[in-house]
Design a protein around this ligand. Structure first.
Ligand SMILES: Cc1ncc(COP(=O)(O)O)c(C=O)c1O
Length: 426
């Protein structure tokens, strides 16, 4: 008789593990209602939250969140803006990156991390992933550096920090700017430093699915006050002075309603983060014991975990050559919320390959003087991560109980122990 659920056996888990996100309560409703009643709906002011004690931002929820989040991440300034992509754009712009400059980004992830470079007329240079962490590979960064390279954008994929020791060492040696893409990494720390404060600056997203959300939104974090002021200005937080309108061309402002929601969500986030880290540890320990699955978790340099997705590497050889997709179907049939790797190489996106959004510029720009062909290039680690090795568990599932985590381990163990049944069915 078949034991595995995929072959008709009983399931290990017969409930949906995890919670619905975002968690909404009366605090959220009250926070937004208070702003609406106050009649002050915009952030206003050209001041940084840190300078706002007695100024026009005092007591306003957005400045309060900016200060609280800066303190939590261990950075000096946080500036709320309209999205994470806008924060990346502002960071590039304020860093003076522009025409003919190359910016190194990981090949797998959110397409906007690369395409935002086109918006400042810079060229994103895609590089492969590290085979252990599936974050950007320091070796690949080093190999991609040319006399045009100005910046690196490491993405802390799923919230797990990229190797910032090696990235910062490379950046220092080549005099490069490091813009940390922390869209997944609220709360994560590298050697006690909050993500976004290790490089030159960091960017966060508060889009609906992220670990702190206001529906949409983003933020810049930096320790450099002069740079923060430049970002504030580039975000459009400006006003006429001396009859001259001191605004850049684009506006990326955040509202007080978003600031209020972020403030009320931030309290819940901190408890959720602790729970996810504790549950990730139970899962990681349990899966390591089974063998054949390596959790991307546990580097002692990662001193605090802010998890959006927890990722794993699948070793097909350990599972009798059963392909990843088939293994995943079997654990899903047991009720375990494990899915295939949550990102893929962006070169597979036809819009990116064909550069449907650039209208020729900046890739054809004579000032750049080189040719870019995103249909070429070999990214074996990113391909393997996407097709053969990478598995992910979403944050909502990590907010289940400790016993739920043990059930997930049990489901994987069952498939592991009955792998011959899967092989025979294939
Ligand atoms: C790695 C990464 N960077 C940047 C962003 C941009 O965030 P937003 O959607 O707030 O623009 C995202 C969004 O998913 C992301 O995953």
């Amino acid at each position: 008789m078949a034991k595995l659920a995929i072959n008709g056996g009983n399931k290990v888990i017969d409930k949906r593990i995890g919670i619905h996100l975002p968690v909404v309560d009366e605090d959220d409703v009250q926070a937004v209602a208070d702003v609406v009643r106050s009649g002050v709906w915009g952030r206003g002011g050209i001041r940084l939250a840190a300078d706002a004690a007695k100024e026009e931002l005092a007591g306003r929820p957005l400045a309060a969140f900016e200060q609280a989040f800066a303190a939590f991440q261990g950075g000096k300034h946080v500036i709320g803006v309209s999205s994470g992509t806008a924060a990346l754009y502002i960071g590039l712009k304020a860093s003076g990156i522009g025409c003919g400059d190359e910016v190194i980004v990981p090949v797998s992830g959110f397409i906007g991390t690369a395409t935002v470079c086109f918006n400042v007329n810079a060229i994103p240079i895609l590089v492969d992933l590290d085979p252990e962490t599936f974050n950007i590979s320091p070796e690949a960064i080093e190999a991609a550096i040319t006399d045009r390279t100005r910046a690196i954008i490491p993405v802390h994929l799923g919230g797990y920090p990229a190797d910032m020791d090696r990235i910062m060492e490379i950046a220092r040696r080549h005099n490069l700017i490091v813009i940390e893409d922390c869209a997944h990494a609220h709360g994560s720390q590298w050697r006690g430093q909050g993500m976004g404060t290790v490089g030159s600056m960091g960017e966060f997203s508060f889009q609906m699915s992220k670990t702190i959300t206001s529906g949409d939104g983003g933020a810049i974090i930096t320790n450099d006050t002069e740079f923060a002021e430049l970002c504030l200005w580039n975000a459009g937080y400006s006003r006429p002075r001396d009859n001259v309108y001191h605004n850049p061309i684009m506006i990326f402002r955040m509202t007080q309603m978003q600031g209020a929601l972020l403030g009320s969500q931030f309290g819940k986030f901190q408890a959720q983060r602790e729970k996810k880290e504790a549950n990730a540890r139970i899962l990681a320990d349990g899966l390591r014991e089974i063998g054949g699955i390596t959790p991307i978790f546990g580097d002692p340099r990662v001193t605090r975990h802010g998890i959006w997705f927890l990722n794993f590497r699948y070793d097909k050889a350990h599972f009798g050559d059963v392909p990843l997709r088939r293994f995943l179907r079997a654990v899903q049939a047991e009720g375990a919320p494990i899915s295939s790797f949550f990102v893929a190489p962006i070169t597979r996106d036809v819009a990116f390959r064909e550069l449907q959004f650039t209208h020729g510029c900046p890739v054809d720009c004579p000032k750049y003087g080189k040719t870019v062909d995103y249909t070429k290039g070999s990214f074996p680690v990113a391909d393997r991560a996407s097709d053969e090795e990478g598995m992910s568990i979403a944050q909502r599932s990590l907010l289940g109980s400790e016993d739920d985590m043990r059930l997930i381990v049990e489901a994987v163990r069952k498939v592991h122990d009955n792998i011959s049944e899967l092989r025979a069915a294939a």
